[in-house]
Design a protein around this ligand. Sequence first.
Ligand code: ZN
Length: 145
Amino acid sequence: MLDDLYQEVILDHTRRPRNFHQMPDATRQAEGYNPLCGDKLKLFVKLDGETIADISFVGAGCAISTSSASLMTETVKGKSRQEAVQIMERFHDLLTTEKPAAANIGKLTVFSGVREFPARVKCATLAWHTLKSALTDAAEVASTE
Ligand code: ZN
């Protein structure tokens, strides 16, 4: 029953990914690639001080990578950079630990079943790794101003 509900959320975000567009005025961007599956995405982040004011992505990948990127953008929008990194750690824990600590990560729980398919863990975490590099890279997007 629960699995069906999770499956439904993942399918919904695969069919209609949220925040799926380019962002010309992004302050940060990063590209992610998962060669094991062929998932590719480009992430756009608009930072306002320490806050992720806006975030979007484009790309092509499997259902898990696309829905994970979509849910990630919904989850971290409006959060601080530090909060986003904390959520990422809890999400990674959910996917890799047999008995993850009770993690309050909301909708991201739908990916708990991915734990049983180690090859797909990289699909689910691709967007998060890309976010991390977008948030931590010193290099900002080149500006003509
Ligand atoms: Zn994939």
